[in-house]
Design a protein around this ligand. Structure first.
Ligand SMILES: [Zn+2]
Length: 408
């Protein structure tokens, strides 16, 4: 027995003031139970770290450890309580587990690794023989460790974007580190208050270090950034602008299509996708189709040309060239006089200062669009999200690129 105890003592990496009292193997329940006893005279106060005299022992607790072969392995111990002059009687921290955890540090590390490498949380939970609730707690603790570590890191370029959380429910707003391509935080809703809460997840020195934020033209996003990050530049996201232009072309097409249809002209019907593609991504047949439509001089074709022309804006080298181009483009829009495009032009005009910042900081939320697919996986694996908080934890666990390791 002596040698078995010392063997387990070594295996568990216990400090010298703990000893293995006994090891019980239950074949019927396929369990190994390792009883530990504290032998020291003094313990560390968990609040101030002072070494204090042992007062008594807390009630027995159990922690699940890594399996021994295929046997579930449990540590059992009564933690000592010490008497601190300043803080009174306090339970000493177990060297093998985090506070309030029912698992040893090694088990939690293993669980985190396995969950990270398993696209399917259910499968990982089965392998670990843990229920949904417990897996959630392990993830939550891991995310908390990671978030604490991240407080010392700087973030220069942010993206703020909205996502749908669950069909028929309100949106969530994500804060992305565009440089590191990671989600920094997620909040419910997309109001000014929610966005401020999102930005407040960065501490003062992180906020001061932000150079620019990529956002669409949604007012609450703009207001929150201006209030909390007054020194950062706003950059209106080019992909959102392209989306507005595409939508404008589609509005023109639909109206024209209806008018032609009334007159028995079916040429525009079914052409939706032709107008969405960029010419360089078209096959020969599609190019021929486009050519025919353009020859017919539809209003939709004119709208499409103007939308397509705007793509050159992003390639210009500086803000002066950008301004010159925009004035030229705006004149063409006015000449053609199509309402949906004029509306987009006016929107861009109102926000033009923060469109031009693109030439200083060529950033876009497209990175977060890439992260979207990862978030999609989390969403798919979690039809059972009743609470937003569980969703948030999983997003940060899988898309936060956090250092969630145990120990310093
Ligand atoms: Zn103390």
């Amino acid at each position: 027995m002596q040698s078995l105890s010392s063997h387990y003592h070594q295996l568990l990496g216990l400090p010298s003031n703990w000893e293995v009292e006994n090891v019980n193997l239950s074949m019927s329940s396929r369990q190994v139970e390792i009883r530990l006893a504290f032998t020291g005279k003094q313990g560390e106060c968990p609040i101030c770290g002072q070494s204090c005299l042992i007062y008594d022992h807390a009630a027995e607790q159990r922690w699940r450890h890594l399996d021994t072969m295929q046997f579930e392995t449990i540590l059992v111990a009564r933690l000592p309580r010490c008497q601190c002059k300043e803080h009174g009687v306090k339970t000493v921290q177990a060297p093998w587990a985090a506070r309030h955890s029912r698992f040893t540090l090694l088990f939690e590390s293993f669980a985190v690794e396995l969950l990270l490498h398993c696209a399917n949380i259910k499968a990982a939970s089965r392998l670990l023989r843990l229920n949904w609730h417990t897996v959630n707690q392990i993830m939550r603790r891991a995310v908390q460790r990671g978030l604490v570590r991240r407080k010392t890191e700087t973030v220069e370029y942010l993206g703020i974007d909205e996502k749908s959380f669950k069909a028929g429910q309100h949106d969530v707003t994500t804060l992305t580190d565009l440089g590191e391509r990671r989600v920094l935080e997620v909040v419910e809703h997309r109001t000014t208050e929610a966005t401020k809460e999102l930005l407040a997840s960065l501490n003062d020195s992180q906020q001061a270090g932000v150079k620019a934020v990529s956002v669409d033209m949604w007012k609450p996003f703009i207001h929150a950034v201006q209030e909390l990050l007054p020194k950062a530049d706003l950059v209106h996201d080019r992909f959102h602008i392209s989306k507005y232009l595409n939508e404008a072309v589609d509005l023109v097409r639909r109206k024209e299509c209806r008018q032609l249809d009334k007159a028995g002209d079916k040429r525009l019907i079914g052409s939706t996708y032709v107008w969405l593609r960029n010419p360089e991504n078209m096959g020969e047949q599609q190019q021929a189709e486009l050519g025919k439509l353009m020859d017919a001089e539809f209003r939709t074709g004119k709208a499409w040309s103007l939308k397509n022309m705007f793509r050159a804006f992003w390639q210009l080298g500086c803000a002066d060239a950008g301004t010159f181009f925009f004035e030229y483009w705006s004149k063409r829009i006015d000449e053609v006089g199509l309402v949906p495009l004029t509306k987009v032009k006016e929107l861009l005009q109102r926000h033009f200062g923060n469109v031009l910042t693109w030439f200083k900081h060529p950033i876009t939320n497209a990175v977060s669009e890439g992260l979207n697919s990862k978030i999609q996986i989390v969403k798919a694996s979690a039809r059972g999200f009743h609470r937003f908080e569980s969703y948030r934890i999983r997003i940060l666990f899988y898309c936060g690129k956090l250092n969630m390791a145990i120990g310093s």
